[in-house]
Design a binder for this molecule. Sequence first.
Ligand code: NOJ
Length: 582
Amino acid sequence: MLRLSLLLIAVSVLFECSDKKDSANDNAIEETKLDRQWWKEGTLYQIYPQSFKDSDGDGYGDFRGIFDELDYLESLGITAVWMNPFFESPMVDNGYDVADYRAIHPRYGTMQDFQEMINGMKERGIKFVLDVVVNHSSDQHKWFQSAKKSRDSEYRGYYHWWPAEKGEPPYRYSLFDPEGGWDYVEETDAYYLHTFAEAQPDLNWENPKLRQEVYDIMKFWAEKGVDGFRMDAFQFASKDTTYPEFPDGYESEFIKYHGLRPQLHGYLKEMYLEVLKPYNVYAVAEGAGSTFEDAHDLVDADREELQVAYHFDYVDMSKTPDGYELSEFKEVFTRWDSAFAKEGWIAIFLSNHDNARLVNRFGDTRPAYRTLSAQMLNTFLLSMRGTPYTYYGDELGMTNIDMLTIEEYVDIDAIGKYEAAVTKGEDIEEFMKVLNYSSRENGRTPMQWNDSKNAGFTVGKPWKPINPNYREVNVAEQNKNPKSVLNHFRKMTRLRNEKLVLVYGDYDLIAPEHEQVYAYTRTLENEQVLVLLNFTDQMAELTLPNEMEVGEVLISNYANEVVGNGGKAQLAPYQAVILKTD
Ligand code: NOJ
C-alpha cells in the first residue's frame, strides 16, 4: 500500500514537472563542446549506512535495510549513492578507522548483502561511490599491528615514524587528539604520526609498496561494480617526511604544511593509470588544497589525476548559533565557481556526516519556515554548477537534535574538543551551546521513515536517539503531501536530470550586494534559466537586469506570480523559483 502511494506521488510529481520536450531540446545541444560525464550530470545521495534503515533489529542500519528502500532511492531521482565506510573497523571514528579494507563490518551485513544491494541500485540506474580511507588506517589493521612491534617489519614503511633516539618530534597539530599528532610506541621506542585520532595512524604515501596496496584495494572494489571513489582526507596524503618544525602562522596554510606535497600529483597520475582509467571509474577528493591552483592541479582533466574536488570554505561559515552572512555565502560559491569555470569540476554540498543539518545552519527551523527554507536550500543545491551531493534526510528537511550534556555524545571529535576546552579553561556552558548547534552528531541521527516507534528506522534500540520531531518530519507523511520538502526535492532532481543547462550552463551572479536574495542565471548556448532564492523570512524585492525578460516558471515553492511590471521580482519568505528567460 505504502509502495503504491509512493509510486502515485512520484508519478504525479513527474507530470507536474516541466515538460519533457525540453529535455529533448537539451540533448540536441551541441554535445561536442561539453565533456559529458555521468559524474558531472549525476545527482548524488549520501547514505550514512548505520543511520539509514535497520533490517535485523540490532539498532544499526545495514545493507538489507538499504536494499529494502531501493524503490525510495529511485523515487528521489538521484543517480548515484555515496556511502560512508562500512569496512571492518573498531569504530573509534565510526568506520573512518579501517582494520581490513576488503572485509565488511558485520553490523552492515555480508559481502553478498553488499553485492545484492549494489546490483539492485544498478538495476535502477543508480551508481555507487565508495569511501576510500587511505590517508590513515586503524591502529588495529594488521599492517600497523606488525609495524609497531618491530622496526624490521615488512609494514614498518607503511607508516610515518620518528625514532626516539632523535629526541621528541617537533609539535604537530592533530585534528582529533588534543595532545598532538605524534604518539609514542614502547615496543619499538618510536613515535608515529596521526593527523586524526591516536587510533588512526597516517599511511606513508611516499612508499611505493603502500601505494600499490591502495590501488589493489581500489581494484578489488571496482571489480565488485563500484563506479567511483571518494578519497577521504586526501589533502593530508603525501607529507614532508623530514617532519620539520612548522613556521609561525603556518595555520593559515594548514594543508600546505600537513600534506599535499607536490609529488602527490605523480602518485595520483599513477592511480589514474592503474585504477581509474582501466576500470572507467572516477574519484572525488575530500578537500581542494589551500589555493585554487592546488584545486585545479588535482582535478584539471588534462592532467589525468582526480576528477572532482570539494572545498571547505563554506563549511566554516555558520559554525555557531550566530549564523552567517548571505554576502559571504554568495561570495564563496561564486569564487569557487569562477575557479572551475574552465577547467576541472566541483562538488556542491551544504551538509554531510561532518556537519550539522542544513536547515539549522542556513535555513529556518521554525514550523512556519522549515519546509520552505529546506525547499529553498535544496533548490540552490540542485541548480548550481557542480555535482550536487544531498545528505540523507535533507530531502525531508531533517533538523538538528538537542544534546545538552557531554555524556550524550559518542563522537570522538566532540569528545576531543570538549577535553581540549576543559584543559584550556574555556567557558564550558558556552562551549556546550556551540557544540549542541554545530556537532556533526546532529547530522547522524536515524532516518525518519514514518511516525511509528523509532520512526520506522529499527524495531530494536537505535544506536543514536531519533529526533523527536519524527512524528511530523518523515517520509510517509511527506509522500502524501505534494507540497512537502520531499516532493519539491523530487521535482528538482527531475528538472536537473532533464536540463543540461543546470549541469553545464555558465553561472552568473545577479545583484551580488542584495541582502536577502541569492540570484543567478545559468546559460548554455541559447538557453538560460534564472534562479531566485530568498534566504530570509521577509518579503524581498529584486530588480532584474534591464534587458532580462522572464518566461515560464520551471519550479517554485509558492504558487504566486513572481515577476511583475517593470522587471521587479517579489519573493515571499524563503521563496525559491527557477524561471526560463526569453
Ligand atoms: C573525513 C571524514 O569525513 C570524517 O568523518 C573523518 O572523521 C575524518 N576524515 C577522518 O577519517
